[in-house]
Design a protein around this ligand. Structure first.
Ligand SMILES: *Cc1c(COP(=O)(O)O)cnc(C)c1O
Length: 414
């Protein structure tokens, strides 16, 4: 930032002196950042720039499902770094074919489109749904129905699909073709379906919205409605996918097969990658030239994906997440049994929310002080997302710290 010709003493810029601050960041202030700089990670642990160690129960928000710097993925990336980083999607990319084979062999999908993030995966899903209706079915349908409190991303289309007003403020006009109805409201959903509806899109556990698993009965109703009206069912598995909830993909808990589902967090162990997966009959909607991405599915990204998926599937980490999730819930419920501050513990597998009586923002900071990282999901909900290798000892440690932090908080209020 300072260029040496700003005419101020001691290297401080005019802006810094005016603000009376040590240094103004050169980044847009889009994040309210915690006062920590994390510089090293290994397994369940992170270290800050002061050498202090933290037990990581947020995993970059469900990204580092194998823990930090997992050996199997690191080895594969190192090999690929010395071989080939990038080629255009105008060529065949063997690693991309291999990753698609791996993902379709282990899911209800038949075809995969690779991109770089969750929002992009959802954009691809929305585009595919529209194009299927407009080009294949030729019925001109375009509208996607989503649910209040959902989260689908930050691009213009995906923030419009998101059922939370806070992400939309100041971004008008929003693209047309989206409608949100309350989760579990069958009548509202039925009333929202019209002759322009193309798809219904939902998360199996609303994660950002407060960790709310969708009720099975409501999912059955959606599937029936889709069948009756010829709508596509899109499941956003960006946070719930890759073993997190105790199945490889959360929709497996419900015994359903969506037409389309999207993944991103957790697919590359921290390498930025997203994917949209769909049924074979949707192939003809995405013909050559209809969609694309420069960086989607490059050899380097696919090395991370192949290694990650091989480990998650090969070691059946979804089953491990189910088992550890059950243990974690049990421990939380018994430790919180006599704490009126805690209203409910809910979730699936290792995606767990603790609903509290009051806002929990301060608890997150207090937890950091005691060496535990976790996040919120809405104002009153604590959210835990440990890695899938998490041990019972680590879970006990986390439960102990959270309980201490809550007890200190409630004692201070008296
Ligand atoms: C994080 C998330 C997204 C957006 O993913 P980005 O990679 O941040 O674009 C979309 N949907 C869900 C459910 C998410 O958790």
């Amino acid at each position: 930032m300072a260029n040496g010709h700003n005419g101020t003493a001691g290297g401080a810029t005019v802006k810094e002196m005016a603000a009376g601050q040590a240094q103004e960041s050169a980044l847009f202030p889009t994040y309210a950042r915690y006062p920590l700089s994390l510089v090293k990670g290994e397994g369940s642990w992170l270290w800050d720039d002061q050498g202090k160690r933290y037990l990581d129960f947020m995993c970059g928000l469900a990204v580092t499902n194998l823990g930090h710097a997992p050996k199997a993925v690191a080895e594969r990336l190192k090999q690929q770094i010395d071989t080939l980083w990038h080629v255009s999607n105008l060529f065949h990319i063997p690693g991309q074919e291999q990753a698609a084979q791996l993902l379709t062999a282990n899911s209800c999908a038949d075809a995969v489109f690779f991109c770089n993030s969750g929002a992009e995966a959802n954009e691809a899903a929305i585009k595919l749904a529209r194009r299927y209706h407009q080009k294949v079915k030729q019925d001109g349908r375009y509208e996607v129905i989503t649910f209040t409190q959902s989260f689908h991303g930050r691009t213009l289309a995906t923030l419009t699909a998101t059922g939370q007003d806070k992400v939309k403020e100041g971004f008008l006009p929003l693209p047309a073709g989206f409608k949100s109805v309350p989760l579990h409201d069958k009548a509202a959903l039925k009333a929202a379906v019209s002759d322009v509806t193309a798809a219904i899109m939902l998360e199996m556990v609303q994660a950002e919205g407060g960790v709310y698993p969708v009720e099975a009965d409501f999912v059955d109703y959606i599937v029936e409605l889709c069948r009756e009206h010829g709508l596509l069912l899109i499941i956003d598995e960006i946070q719930t996918g890759m073993g997190r909830t105790g199945k490889l993909f959360a929709h497996e808990h419900y015994g359903i097969e969506p037409d389309i589902f999207t993944i991103a967090k957790g697919v590359g162990s921290g390498f930025s990658v997203g994917a949209m997966l769909g049924k074979g009959y949707l192939r003809e909607a995405f013909t050559a030239g209809s969609h694309g991405s420069t960086f989607g599915g490059t050899p380097l990204a696919m090395a991370a994906v192949n290694a990650t998926v091989e480990v998650i599937v090969g070691e059946n980490l979804a089953a491990r997440a189910a088992e550890m999730g059950e243990y974690f819930m049990e421990r939380l419920n018994s430790r919180f049994a006599n704490m009126p501050f805690v209203k409910e513990v809910r979730g699936k597998g290792l995606l767990i929310g603790v609903e509290c009586a009051e806002p929990v923002g301060e608890l997150v900071l207090a937890g950091q002080e005691k060496g535990l990282l976790f996040v919120t999901a809405g104002p009153n909900v604590i959210r835990f997302l440990p890695n899938l290798y998490v041990t019972k000892e680590e879970i006990d440690m986390a439960v102990g710290i959270v309980a201490e932090v809550i007890e200190a908080h409630t004692a201070a209020e008296k």
